[in-house]
Ligand binder design. Structure first.
Ligand code: AMP
Ligand code: GLY
Length: 421
């Protein structure tokens, strides 16, 4: 079949890598793609937020299956438009993707189905929000309601920080995303990510992961999109996964269906685990980046069969085949990230690295300039390896990192420390 993947990051490179290995794949196109993706698929320069452009492209290229990678096209209704045009599509409708696009909506769903999560309140008025913070005290969490590229959440350890966040959000720092603010109880514990495929009715867990959000070793420095990840996440034991399915995920899927906005795609549940129980921190309507890279390394070609079963509404008829293995990815980022960074530096040594079912360098922000690969983003490479143990996966990933010649980039040296300690 002919398959179109929308997106251009490490997540989409990993999806393309897995899909390409499946014999069902004839032609594989990624839009817009990047320099690494171009080595295994065709790249097409279309505006993936433009539903009409995407549907026309699918018609012209006889596309049989569309996989939507990032949240922005989901929120823009691109999956709806593809389905309306009769295309088999993996990814939720705009109405269902509200589970990521609106924090207040997710909290309403949790309340409606009694899913455990932090206590919360919503505000469109700064004075009322300030009064609530004064009454609750710190620590407390302040969130812009809408999509803010991962920057709209302030975990305030003092009341002053929380009040400053209110001023910023109602002052327009996050634009429309901050017109409404959610204030939440601070949850202590260990965070982990749980990935579930759902066709709207059936649900199939496909793995767990943990990422490292801070820029520097020891989980210090500014927050980023994620500096590395590993799968599985040991903190998400089988018992906690069962509890999370029964109390959070399945009730959410049922509530979305009851409202007439059944959720189809991957549901990424960010969980906080404390005293052997999980509570929901947030949902995302897509695979995590870089969590997808470790999941795809472990799932391989079957990922396509699972996504097809999701889109075709027959997830009750498929199973995940798991090897008892581990995968780890190290993000290499441009010096300066997540602040300002230079683009255009040359990356050397990639050609000599192994590329097989246990080793892969996924490209996140790269471009091709003449014969060279150059950095074109903040997060640039996801150096990924699989092993019998997490330690083996980590050692293999860092052995590859050490062979990459890129003075303009940096990475953390301690990915996986929590699970390895
Ligand atoms: P979110 O975008 O909702 O995932 O928030 C980003 C990060 O903020 C999460 O990954 C958590 O580390 C943290 N966070 C969000 N909500 C809470 C909460 N209620 N208690 C503690 N930490 C939180
Ligand atoms: N790595 C976190 C995310 O994809 O949201």
């Amino acid at each position: 079949m002919n398959i179109l993947i929308l997106g251009s990051g490490g997540r989409e490179h990993a999806l393309a890598w897995a899909v390409k290995q499946n014999p069902k794949t004839d032609r594989l196109i990624v839009a817009p793609g990047n320099a690494g993706i171009a080595l295994l698929a065709e790249c097409a320069d279309i505006d993936i937020l433009d539903s009409v452009a995407v549907v026309n492209f699918c018609d012209e290229n006889a596309i049989d299956f569309v996989i939507v990678g990032p949240e922005a096209p989901l929120a823009a209704g691109v999956a709806d438009a593809c389905r309306a045009a009769g295309l088999l599509t993996f990814g939720p409708s705009a109405a269902a993707a509200k589970l990521e696009a609106s924090k207040a909506f997710t909290k309403e769903i949790c309340d409606a189905c009694a899913a455990p999560t932090a206590a919360w309140a919503r505000f469109t008025d700064a004075a009322a929000a300030r009064a609530y913070i004064a009454a609750q005290g710190a620590p407390i969490v302040v969130k812009a309601d809408g999509l803010a590229a991962g920057k709209g959440v302030i975990v305030a350890m003092t009341e002053a920080e929380a009040l400053a966040a209110i001023d910023d959000m109602f002052g327009g720092e996050f634009g429309a995303a901050g017109a409404e603010v959610v204030i939440e109880e601070f949850m202590a514990g260990e965070e982990a990510s749980f990935f579930i495929l759902t066709d709207g009715t059936h649900a199939l867990p496909i793995g767990t992961a943990q990422d490292h959000k801070r820029a520097f070793d020891g989980d210090t420095g500014p927050n980023t999109g994620g500096m590395g990840a590993y799968s599985p996440a040991p903190v998400l034991t089988d018992a906690i996964q069962r509890q999370a399915m029964e109390e959070i995920v399945l009730p959410t899927i049922a509530e979305m269906a009851r409202r007439g906005t059944a959720y189809q795609g991957v549901l990424y549940a960010g969980l906080m685990i404390e005293n052997g129980r999980a509570r929901l921190v947030e949902y995302n309507a897509r695979f995590g980046d870089p969590e997808c890279q470790v999941l795809m390394m472990r799932l391989g070609a079957q990922a396509l069969d699972l996504m097809l079963a999701t889109a075709e509404g027959r997830l009750d008829q498929v199973q995940v085949t798991w090897a008892d293995d581990h995968a780890l990815t190290v993000v290499m980022a441009s010096n300066g990230y997540p602040g300002a960074y230079a683009k255009g530096s040359q990356i050397r040594g990639l050609e000599e690295l192994p590329e097989d079912s246990r080793h892969m360098v996924f490209h996140a922000g790269t471009a091709q300039r003449d014969a060279s690969v150059i950095a074109s983003g903040g997060r640039v490479l996801n150096v990924t390896a699989r092993g019998e143990t997490l330690r083996e996966a980590r050692d293999a990933a860092y052995a590859m990192v050490d062979r990459i010649d890129w003075p303009a980039g940096f990475c953390r040296r301690d990915i996986g420390w929590r699970a390895l300690k």
